[in-house]
Design a protein around this ligand. Structure first.
Ligand code: ARG
Length: 261
C-alpha cells in the first residue's frame, strides 16, 4: 500500500451554517474533533498510506472534508464546483494545492455542480457517480470524459444521503456496501449489473457506515457499526472503528475527510 491520501487538519473545523439535514447547529467539541482526526491520520499512516496535508482556511469550516475537493485519476484532477456558496471558496485552495503538486487541473463550467469524491468513485475503468443533490448529471458526464472513464450514473433519492459516499462504499471493483433506502429500485438494478451489493440497515446507514474508507483489505469505519464489521469478515475484510461524533454534526464522517489521490 503506497497510495497517497489528502487530509486537512481540522484547525478551524466547525458547524456554523446548515447545508444538509444533519447540520443542526450542535456545538462541536474542538479538542475531541482534533483527536478523532488524528486517529484517522494515524490509522491511515499505520496502514501504509502516504498522508498529504492541506492547510485549512480559517473562514472555511467544511474544508476538512477533502473528499469534496475533486476527483483524481493519475495526474489529472477534475476540481469541484461546490453547489452551496458557503463552500465555493474552497476550490481555489484545492486548485492551488493540486497545481503545486504538479497535477493537470481540469475545471468544469460554473453551471455544472460537482462535489468530487463526495459523489464519485472509480472502479477500474468505470466512474460511479451520484447525482441529484450536490452534483449534476452533466458534471458527471464531463468528468467521465475528461478522465477517460465509462460512467455509471446513480440518482440519489434521500436528502439525508445527499452525497454518494454517504450511502455507498466500494469495497472492491465488484463488491460494495450500500444503503438501499437512498436509491430507487431501478437505480439499484443498474448497480447490480456491475457488482455484488451488501445492504445495510437504516440504523447503520444513519451511523454513516457507508462513509467508510477502504484501504486494501481493511475498512476504516465510523464507530457503532460492529455488526457490519463482523459481516465484512466473511468477505476477508477487517474493520477498524473510529468515533466520528464531531463530524456527524456536519453530516460527514471518515470517507468525507479523505481524498485518495
Ligand atoms: N458539511 C459538509 C457539507 O454539507 C459535509 C460534507 C461531507 N462530505 C462528503 N464527502 N460526504 O458539505
Amino acid at each position: 500500500m503506497n497510495r497517497s491520501i489528502l487530509l486537512c487538519p481540522p484547525v478551524f473545523y466547525d458547524v456554523i451554517y446548515s447545508i444538509n439535514p444533519w447540520m443542526q447547529g450542535e456545538d462541536v467539541d474542538k479538542p475531541i474533533a482534533m483527536q478523532q482526526w488524528f486517529q484517522l491520520k494515524n490509522i491511515l499512516s499505520h496502514l501504509g498510506a502516504n498522508v498529504k496535508l492541506i492547510d485549512q482556511d480559517p473562514n472555511l469550516p467544511d474544508m476538512v472534508f477533502t473528499a469534496n475537493a475533486g476527483t483524481v485519476r493519475g495526474a489529472d484532477v477534475v476540481l469541484s464546483n461546490f453547489k452551496h456558496p458557503q463552500r465555493q471558496a474552497e476550490s481555489q485552495h484545492f486548485a492551488q494545492w493540486f497545481y503545486n503538486e504538479g497535477y493537470n487541473v481540469h475545471r468544469l463550467p460554473p453551471s455544472a455542480a460537482f462535489e468530487g469524491c463526495g459523489d464519485t468513485v472509480i472502479a477500474n475503468e468505470l466512474l460511479i457517480g451520484g447525482y441529484g443533490f450536490r452534483s449534476d448529471l452533466k458534471a458527471l458526464r464531463m468528468t467521465a470524459e475528461i478522465l477517460d472513464l465509462d460512467l455509471l450514473p446513480l440518482k440519489l433519492s434521500d436528502p439525508n444521503f445527499y452525497h454518494l459516499d454517504t450511502c455507498f462504499t466500494l469495497l472492491r471493483p465488484d463488491l460494495a456496501l450500500y444503503y438501499p433506502g437512498a436509491f430507487s429500485s431501478y437505480t439499484i438494478s443498474k448497480l447490480k449489473k456491475h457488482m455484488e451489493l451488501i445492504p445495510v440497515s437504516p440504523e447503520a446507514a444513519n451511523k454513516f457506515v457507508c462513509n467508510s474508507i477502504v484501504c486494501g483489505n481493511v475498512i476504516i469505519m465510523p464507530a457503532g457499526n460492529d455488526a457490519v464489521a463482523d459481516e465484512l469478515e466473511n468477505y476477508g475484510i477487517q474493520a477498524r472503528l473510529i468515533d466520528t461524533s464531531e463530524y456527524l454534526k456536519s453530516g460527514g464522517s471518515l470517507q468525507c475527510m479523505a481524498l485518495w489521490i
